[in-house]
Design a protein around this ligand. Structure first.
Ligand code: PDD
Length: 282
């Protein structure tokens, strides 16, 4: 059975979902997106995702395709029409279709597209095994706080990681880790303190990062927001990444150097459990 995809007001089978070749998302990567997880038929922390969508649009001077409450109503309808109880919901807004011109077109109508991906997100074998990551220079643009669809560099990095037998890459700038290719990077110090880079234009302001930070602080776990080097990460007790699709995912080696004993540690295991236990309330 084919999925039902949403394209600018229509719910259509995926084979029939079409977008203009003049769409600026296609020509200029002039678009933003959000990925929300679905557990038990419910979108996780979706209010925060919609808030960030609004921020991305504002930063790019892009009109919303419709009020956010309507975007949310379409999201709900998509879960219903696809009978999605567990998986991901992807949504993308672009500036719309117009004749090719670097300047923003006047009067173009923003496009809104959504699709679902049914998959097990709560049970992930990678969470038991942990990820191996390599480090690569962060060659992305300097507005990484805007969740744009220009994902070619992260794709190149994931390909390089795969070619080297690793699961993913952490990006490094001026000797410090910025974030993962599609997730925020964290380390756990010997005393249990969590460290993740502070918010700025250098990283995406992760929704999962924010929730994990709150859950940790509520449990008197110390969180430091500051940059860290690859060496500090390799010497850390544990390491992990956070994202809407992976939640809390352990990292067990960086550039071939095992973190701690190279196995998934208790802190990260605990944080993943806390996140999944609390997810129903986000
Ligand atoms: N990626 N940093 C980057 C560069 C990301 O692409 C993502 C998310 C994150 C984590 O943000 P959040 O916790 O809000 O998902 C950090 C999504 C999942 C993706 O592109 O599929």
């Amino acid at each position: 059975m084919s999925r039902i995809v949403y394209v600018n007001g229509d719910y259509v089978p995926e084979e029939e979902a079409k977008i203009s070749v003049f769409d600026r998302g296609f020509l200029f990567a002039d678009g933003v997106y959000e990925v929300s997880s679905v557990i038990d038929g419910r979108l996780i922390d979706n209010g925060a995702h919609l808030e960030r969508l609004k921020r991305s649009l504002d930063e790019l001077g892009m009109d919303a395709p419709c009020p956010l409450e309507e975007v949310e109503a379409v999201q709900m309808e998509m879960l219903k029409r696809n009978d999605l109880t567990e998986g991901l919901l992807y949504l993308q807004v672009t500036r719309g279709a117009a004749d090719r011109d670097f300047n923003y077109p006047k009067g173009a109508k923003p496009s809104l597209v959504m699709f679902t991906q049914a998959k097990k997100v709560t049970e992930n074998p990678a969470a038991d095994k942990g990820l191996s990551v390599i480090t690569l220079p962060d060659l992305r643009w300097h507005r990484r706080d805007i969740k744009t669809v220009q994902l070619l560099y992260p794709s190149m990095c994931k390909e390089e990681a795969k070619a080297k037998g690793a699961d993913d890459a952490w990006l490094v700038e001026d000797g410090q880790v910025t974030e993962g290719t599609s997730n925020n990077a964290w380390i756990v110090l010997e005393d249990g303190t969590l460290v993740t880079r502070q918010l700025s234009n250098d990283i995406l302001h992760g929704i999962t990062r924010r929730a994990v930070m709150r859950f940790a602080r509520e449990r008197q776990i110390k969180v430091e927001e500051r940059p860290f080097t690859v060496e500090e990460a390799q010497d850390a007790k544990e390491a992990f990444v956070t994202s809407a699709s992976a939640f809390v995912m352990p990292v067990v080696s960086i550039d071939g150097a095992p973190i701690g004993d190279g196995k998934v540690g208790e802190t990260v295991k605990g944080l993943r459990k806390i996140y999944l236990d609390e997810a129903g309330r986000l």
